[in-house]
Design a protein around this ligand. Structure first.
Ligand code: G3P
Length: 224
């Protein structure tokens, strides 16, 4: 499973990259706004900076909702860097736009996916990635992981090439479950990635090893 970070924060992207686990980045208009990025030039410049930091796919979302403008906007985004993947919402014009991008060699990430039916449409029009929003499904009292499982089953049965990108991840457990159920990619907040590190027995075990190492050293070094 590939690890993407779900943020537009450069410091967090750097931290995940330095950990050695980062395969890509996803952003959305809310995450860009959170970083205080305003204006078209600033948005383009920010995506460029992200692409220069990470050797992997970077999803950049269109903000238009009609076919013509999605295509125009997506072309501009795709021209920023070869690693840009144009993120398109799962709406009727979005489906048409994804088909256009596929036919014209531009990769897309179909976002705001909440059902297997939507996931089938995304695969049919050749999206490179499809993003089911696990956490938001959990919020609506259905288990988001059931959708990942259903999509993985359908995609494997039908031989769809679109990669399942588990999104709206809220915890380390979400990451483990996504891997277990066959997601191709998981896009996570830095906090959830770091959550994978944690185990109290690791901390207790390390404290004991360090304590014993101190004793060992004091026995090795003659007292003056
Ligand atoms: O990847 C989609 C993500 O940014 C949405 O996450 O936590 O706002 O549901 P969230």
């Amino acid at each position: 499973m590939k690890f993407f970070i779900d943020t537009a924060n450069l410091a967090q992207i750097k931290e995940a990259h330095e950990l050695g686990i980062l395969d890509g980045v996803t952003t959305n208009p809310s995450l860009m706004a959170k970083e205080g990025i305003k204006g078209e030039d600033a948005v383009m410049e920010h995506y460029k900076k992200i692409c220069e930091m990470v050797d992997g796919d970077v999803s950049a979302e269109v903000i238009s909702t009609d076919f013509a403008n999605m295509v125009a906007e997506g072309k501009v985004l795709a021209a920023i860097h070869p690693n840009i993947v144009v993120k398109i919402p799962m709406i009727k014009d979005g489906v048409k736009a994804m088909k256009w991008f596929t036919d014209n060699g531009i990769r897309t990430n179909c976002t705001l996916v909440f059902s297997a039916g939507q996931a089938i449409l995304a695969a049919k029009v050749g999206a490179a990635y499809v993003s089911p929003f696990v956490g938001r499904i959990d919020d609506s009292t259905w288990d988001g992981m059931e959708l990942i499982e259903q999509m993985a089953h359908i995609y494997s049965l039908q031989g769809y090439k679109t990669e399942i990108l588990a999104a709206s991840i809220r915890s380390a457990l979400h990451i483990v479950k996504a891997a277990e159920l066959g997601a191709d990619v998981c896009t996570c907040p830095l906090e959830s990635i770091l959550g994978l590190l944690k185990h109290p027995l690791t901390d207790i075990g390390l404290a004991k090893f360090l304590d014993d190492a101190k004793k060992m050293r004091s026995e090795m070094v003659p007292a003056r």
